[in-house]
Design a protein around this ligand. Sequence first.
Ligand code: DGY
Length: 318
Amino acid sequence: MPWRILMQSDVEPYETVMRLLEEAGCELDWWREPEPPPGVDYGALEGIYVYSHMWVSRELMARCPRLKIVSNFGVGCDHIDLEGARSLGLPVGNTPGVLDAATADLTWTLLLAAARNAIRGDHFARGPEFTHYDAAILLGQQVTGAALGIVGLGRIGYQVARRAAGFDMEILYHNRNRNERAEGELGARYLSLDELLEQSDFVTLNCPLTEQTRGLIGSREIARMKPAAVLVNAARGPVWDQEAVLEALRAGRLHAAATDVTDPEPLPRDHPLLEQENLVIFPHLGSATRQTRDAMSTMSVDNLVAGLEGREVPYRIA
Ligand code: DGY
């Protein structure tokens, strides 16, 4: 008998995911709109595979008496009611570790692009205004030797810090817990959030979205940052207050900001943030390398199958 899986995705999932699910003997019911779809036999569902970021509620999980596992393609599980899953005794799997390097690389892509006006430079170099070399245009902020403040020094934050060592940076961090490895190996210095904001030339957000980190960076926090600082969000849109960031960018209060994530995602096409030239914005590319996405596919389908077969879920977050 094939396994009946509710596939939460508003687009056609990545080919490796589809191949592995088919090989595992899964048959998919599609969930493409924010609300769980009508016409699905919820009594027959054995797994939920979460490929996008729509909300998986306790109510939905409780509606499926045969449900054995929720498997997430990705590490961030802020779109799943984890408490709800725990209260139902339902395992939830995710894909930690395999995307740390790719997400740290992407954090650095954002940071460097914002610091050195890379996207504006690209547009300028292609446009009619570029008629002669001008040493006074598009001056950026020096990365080498500057102070980097990492908010969220978990697995991904640690990889961001390692890369900073190659730029001779002073590494500052704020985290729920002290990271002794980063302190010992990289000389990272733990600070309160306010101290970190005041002392950093570059601030990267690499924390998960939780009730504690929602709205962590707002106008008050931005006001504490250095005037030519760069603020990078490689976490989740709601970790910063988007309106406060917009206001700061409009006022030239920062050199630039850069983000891989928004709230909602994507932003409405006429959203004013999209007009800010001092914002670098990517469409959630954190883990988007072929190698990483293949590894995430394997891990998430392994988690799914383990749950379906009643085995221990290899990477279990709840
Ligand atoms: C993650 O793994 O959380 C990425 O943001 C993709 O969802």
